[in-house]
Design a protein. Sequence first.
Length: 159
Amino acid sequence: MITRRSALALALAAVAAPAAAHHDHRIEVQEPWARAALAGRTSAAYMTLVNPTETPDRLVSAASPVAQTVELHAHLHDGGVMRMRPVAGIEVHPGEPSVLAPGGLHVMLIGLMRDLRRGETIRLSLTFEKAGKVEVEVPVLAAGARGPEGHGGHGRHTH
């Protein structure tokens, strides 16, 4: 028979367990960067997502105050032509970094609200199924940049 005290303990455990599990899960964002672009145009953000836990996770959305719309995209072969397509999510498996890079997976910044200038930092909010929101400071590199090599530092992120 369940006593009033054990029912309360079970209820508290049920509420606390998901919060504890959520808090323990995290995604590391390494070397984020974006390309410089003019207001009204599009840009893209790139990074490496590392899952240090034992549980798979998935990037499901992104947002930034510098763009009207932010989408997750991939370059796909379509009839011998490379095309960009939105994707529903980006898997981040334990022990297998997910690399977002030119010509592959990326975060598309559509309808820029202002110019993105080389040398500045923009804010990007990434939402994961399990890890929740991760706020990222993203350095802006030159318009034609191919990667963060030599840009003088790494982006920072908070949970």
